[in-house]
Design a protein around this ligand. Structure first.
Ligand SMILES: N[C@@H](CCC(=O)N[C@@H](CS)C(=O)NCC(=O)O)C(=O)O
Length: 209
């Protein structure tokens, strides 16, 4: 059985979402952030940089959600929600699977600069250009396709919803409101029953059991 080491209000909710999508059993071990808002020191026993999510499968600990979701879907989900190398949309699938990590970097830098009351000079400019460009690219892509890898919901969507839905919600005032295709896409994804179950269990408003 997979154990999910969940950090309250974090990207680890996507692993719960995946298990709910695939109908797989799991144990949830919950960590709260400390008073500074970061992962508590105990989480360092799971990951040297205290980055959530981390899962355990037997003796093996695995971090980095883009690795975790593929590991679970291939090893225990019969490849559901993945796209095979021979499929026409494989390149799209791979590209959008990585989108969240890419987009998060820019969003975090912007957030840090805003908190510091600083425009960040060249870094601030590059980060702004990347964020704008990446979300514009996503919006353009979603003008044609209902999901990031094409017609079907895949791990690429499961990876991206944190950047598209959760971060804007948490930052108060939707920073992506002008991207109309992304807005419609967010509504489509959050209507999924597995998303709703997962968010009730481990999403930003969920309470530690
Ligand atoms: N690329 C990583 C990002 C993980 C990450 O940044 N997690 C944040 C929560 S959203 C975290 O662990 N924050 C707590 C901390 O750094 O103390 C992944 O997708 O797993």
């Amino acid at each position: 059985m997979i154990t999910i080491y969940h950090l309250g209000v974090s990207q680890s909710d996507r692993v719960v979402w995946l298990m709910e999508e695939l109908g797989l059993p799991y144990d949830l071990v919950w960590y709260d952030r400390n008073e500074e808002g970061i992962a508590p020191p105990e989480y360092l026993a799971l990951h040297p940089a205290a980055m959530a999510p981390v899962i355990r499968d037997g003796d093996r600990l695995l971090a980095e959600s883009v690795a975790i979701v593929q590991y679970i879907a291939h090893r225990y989900g019969g490849g559901r929600l993945t796209v095979a190398p021979d499929d026409e949309n494989y390149a799209d699938y791979l590209y959008w699977l990585e989108f969240n990590n890419n987009a998060q970097c820019g969003m975090f830098i912007k957030g840090a600069l805003k908190a510091a009351g600083h425009d960040g000079g060249l870094i601030g400019m590059v980060s702004q250009r990347r964020t704008d460009g990446l979300f514009q690219q996503m919006d353009d892509h979603l003008a044609t396709w209902p999901y990031l890898a094409g017609e079907e919901f895949t791990l690429a969507d499961l990876m991206s919803a944190f950047a598209v839905v959760t971060v804007p919600e948490l930052s108060g005032g939707n920073m992506l409101a002008s991207y109309t295709n992304i807005q419609r896409y967010g509504e489509r994804v959050t209507q999924r029953s597995a998303w709703q179950r997962a968010m009730a269990i481990a999403g930003p408003k969920a309470k530690r059991p």
